[in-house]
Design a protein around this ligand. Structure first.
Ligand code: RP5
Length: 159
């Protein structure tokens, strides 16, 4: 089995790009090879399937999916792969992202989506990195280094 090194960042629309940018930049900061795909569960379902069904064989270790409104992208992706799928509900539309949050997080038993906060693209990337770090000691060390920034410089310091 090949060790996965790549992470896909999928999003339902080009209009999601700015909100998903922190996922792409965070992955890049950690030296993770990232592939960005604008594909909608509703508008491009065949293309979503084509990409997702070969993702494991293509070396991906996790798939991040951002979508707003009736956000079915993460669930539709998770339905077609056993790779870890991380959903990012995006704000926008009339309900401020709560619609996307519910659509993304409320998955039926058997088909999980690890859902981060509304517009939580950076955390989605960090979770994907943590997944890669299970089998990549160098990546685990980079995560430790990243986390060290939250440690107060002096005991009793403000956190
Ligand atoms: C969702 O609908 C997309 O993920 C996007 O957040 C929202 C609006 O898409 P556009 O109409 O701007 O393409 O599927």
């Amino acid at each position: 089995m090949t060790v996965p090194t790549k992470v896909a960042v999928m999003m339902g629309s080009a209009s999601d790009r700015e909100k998903m940018k922190p996922a792409v930049t965070t992955l890049a900061d950690f030296g993770v090879e990232v592939s960005e795909r604008v594909l909608s569960a509703h508008r491009n379902s065949a293309a979503v399937s084509e990409f997702v069904r070969s993702a494991r064989a293509d070396g991906y270790g996790a798939i991040i999916c951002g979508a707003g409104m009736a956000a079915h992208l993460a669930g539709a992706v998770a339905a077609q792969t056993t790779l870890p799928v991380i959903g990012v509900p995006l704000s926008g539309g009339g309900l401020g992202g709560v619609d996307a949050l519910y659509s993304t997080v409320q998955m039926p038993r058997g088909i999980p989506v690890a859902t981060v906060a509304i517009d939580g693209a950076a955390n989605a990337a960090l979770l994907a990195i943590a997944i890669l770090a299970v089998t990549d000691a160098g990546m685990a060390a980079k995560l430790d280094e990243y986390r060290a920034q939250w440690v107060p410089a002096t005991p009793g310091g403000v956190v």
